[in-house]
Design a protein. Structure first.
Lengths: 248, 248
DNA sequence: GCCGAGGTTATGTATATACATATTGAAACG
DNA sequence: CGTTTCAATATGTATATACATAACCTCGGC
């Protein structure tokens, strides 16, 4: 939101030159005016078109390149890229937020908590090398009276020692961790499963009913922190992911 | 498989100053050395630390701000941001690619094709105003001998007129559209459902078996282009989404 | 003690300049 | 004719500089 005035008389809000170049070019690409493979004008041509310095044009083009809309080749110029794969941004909110967004009262329940040396399965899930101690948690999240999600979580105590002293009666492990541990990477796996008897009981649904499972593994500065599996009854939950080409 | 490349010590390739500043600062944030809320050094201090111009520092910090790692406030400085919600990048590939990545032969089959004025349901799915013509397609994608995915698609013929002349016997609508229509936005909905009789027959599974459904709506320059629903048998498919703090 | 005016400060944007680097196309050479 | 060399070119990165803008602080008037 910047305030340098553009010379154009068409009266929109004041855009910085930088942003004007960015949106002009994305426009032309996304509208199809410049098809994939098309060579977009050289920096010095855009410099003339927008009556600005090459630095400004360069910054805008570099940003488009980083966003994946164009590809730049030395000596040859810049070219509109062919889309290769759809990439969408999936926002994964705290469950409390999701429930409250539905207008329902949220309740959290800790079902079980065990501290133990990591089993082979724990080590697979967390991608741990050593058999250090882990904390295994089982929880339920309610929307109104109905169970909304079932949570199975492993916390690597070598990475988050203070979790050993927390009972997780009042606060859910998700928010507790977020407030304490800076995440640096995460991997999500999303799939459909049939509810086994344990999950069916926990979510108050029929065994064999379809469920959406979201698993997340989190690292902080190379150390595995936590693995969590959320299971939602099919009717209760839809994940939404959006893609819009970034404009900076 | 660490997803974080830290460039410690004298290590490998020469990094540009810009990138060195970027990764240094992300390091310190992600490792927790600089906690959320911490004020990171002023531009002029970093200028001194790295012995470079303010422009270089500014570019790096602006990028970190755009990536959401820090927040910049005029006159006050730059601060490490508290993570608000997990955002992950979900890559949605062409089905042929996914099948071939599994090492299985890919086959495509067009099941049905109807051209019609859009029904009320079509208009809801496509977010259309008028009752213009649409093309409704039903297809199957095979991995080896087994059905891998079932596809139900609507194409807005007002936006993609030439689709009316394409039979889609040889080429799947996904790649056909991608090659022709520049996408500008897309929305994905992901959920678990129980297979109805039709889907069960198409995927050769039991009715009631859990399936993963991915629906995608695509726009091009404000015009709805297509709505597609992919249904995968539970065992056949897992979506993977990654989050790594962007380093530019 | 309240409140507004104005200065200070850090960031935001833009310019002109310089040199590095990768790549291409053509000239020079064996 | 094929290969090497070299200059031209477009991008990549960095510098010094300038001025705009928002926000905070202090000071002074009442």
């Amino acid at each position: 939101m910047s305030m340098i005035q553009t010379m154009d008389a068409d009266g929109g809000e004041p855009l910085s030159l930088h942003q004007r170049i960015l949106s002009d070019i994305s426009e032309r690409i996304l509208s199809g005016a410049w098809a994939p493979g098309h060579r977009i004008p050289f920096e010095h041509e855009l410099t003339a078109e927008y009556k600005c310095s090459r630095m400004t044009v360069n910054k805008a083009l570099s940003q488009l390149a980083k966003a994946g809309l164009i590809e730049r080749r030395r000596r040859s110029g810049s070219f509109v890229r062919r889309p290769q794969s759809q990439a969408a941004v999936l926002e994964i909110h705290d469950i409390r937020i999701e429930v409250e967004a539905l207008g329902l009262p949220y309740r959290y329940e800790r079902v079980a908590r065990h501290k133990r040396r990591s089993s082979a399965e724990d080590r697979t899930l967390l991608e741990l090398d050593s058999n250090g101690p882990v904390l295994a948690l089982e929880c339920r999240h309610f929307a109104g009276k109905r169970p909304f999600a079932h949570e199975q979580r492993l916390i690597n105590l070598a990475a988050v020692a203070e979790a050993a002293n927390e009972e997780f009666f009042a606060v859910a492990p998700g928010p507790w961790l977020i407030a304490r541990v800076p995440w640096s990477a995460a991997e999500h796996r999303i799939r459909a499963v049939a509810a086994d008897r344990h999950i069916a009981a926990a979510l108050d649904i029929e065994a064999g009913a379809p469920c959406l499972v979201v698993e997340r593994r989190t690292w902080s500065a190379e150390h595995p922190v936590t693995h969590v599996r959320f299971t939602y009854a099919a009717e209760s939950h839809t994940l939404v992911a959006r893609f819009t080409p970034s404009q900076g």
